[in-house]
Write a protein of this length. Sequence first.
Length: 476
Amino acid sequence: MSTHRANSATTAALALLLTAALAPAAAAQTVAITGGTVIDGTGAAPIEDGVVVFADGRITAAGPAASTPVPAAAATIDAGGKYVIPGLMDGNLHLFLNLDLETLILHEHRLHEIVLEAAQITLKTGQTTVFDTWGPRAALGKARDMINAGEAPGSRIYMAGNIIGFSGPLGPDFRESHAPYVSQAFVKRINEAWEENTGRELLWMTPDSVADVIRNYTTLGMDFLKYGASGHVDMNLISFSERVQRVIVEEGHRAGMTVQTHTTSVESFDMAIEAGVDIITHCGISGPEIPIPMESIQKMVDRGIACSVLPITQRRMDALEAHNPSGTLTPYMKIGAINRANMIKAGAKLLMSTDAGIENPVLRAESPTLASDTIDPRVKLGEGHFNALVALEELGMDPMEVLKSTTSNVASAYRLEDEIGTLQPGRWADIVILDANPLESAHNYRTIHMVIKEGVKVDLDALPVGPLISSMKVAR
């Protein structure tokens, strides 16, 4: 048997083992977690000697042991001395973020496998649900559906597909400079996998024409919409007029979806609020000079708009400043920190977000910039969310609000509060058991003892299964 076939057989065997662990019969048994401190994600006080009971993948009861009976036939998980919290979530990541030519060429027809690998890395690190806000829709949808059907393990995925108004990976909003080194047919295929007729051509269109495009786009199977209120490369430029932004939001809401937008300036932030979005993505960014006015932040709060932030630790900020002698990054970082602190003071609904994606370790090692980026990285999948939670704590966020930022806040922002985000009856039994108290230090989110998704204990050591990217070896 060839090495390739042997590896394929091993991968298939592992996949079958893990799929068996996800079978409905395993989730159907009634299970009670007992003896631990339950922090249910609602903001209520922790329950010492708490109980969480679940069956058929859903929570059936949660509360103090004294008033929460455990069914006689239930299996039990002893969480004595540990802390029981809802499964973690990332409100803004990109499971496929390998925009380098090597990965795109080698795996053009296996993008969904890389998405699955990424979703297994996030699950391994406590994230039972993730929200992918820019990526190849078809591949994301295939991976999402495989996970939901129990055909593969992984975090539950909700996804947007393209950022409406943005190009694909090899277009002007991302890595157009790579395009001359491959055929134009390849460039077209890759870009179309992301854009699906919602790229930069929309910037020329009338509101009515954009409405037609969005109406068609919402039939393709994404879970929510995201559009660019401002540019990605040219962050100081407005992409869509207020009229067009309102049309995009209206069409998304008409289709029963939440709508979010990418903003990078004070004006794009204000325009997004007036357009009626549900979530503003990386809302702490407003350029190198001007913080977002408090009246704008208060308007966001008053209208119930959630804010997907990208916090970085002080240790990382110091390291970036030390490695950036030109000082070009420092103003952006300092203004961003001011914005995030002001949003915390205003009581904004913040969502822990990272923009993280799976990385090619070989390319990281060979890049002088990436190789030196080892201090509390934000965009490293499976690592960035831990650092982001510490960063929120450093900004002065109350520890319970830090917990909510990665659980119930995310769920309610995406209108999924009846399904996920808290340890309450009727919600999916997505549970993380920690060895240390997350309310004492955000560093304690790393102390994962057990992850349960939909009532099934996750085999953390087996993830990711048959990796294509994360297992690549760096030559020494």
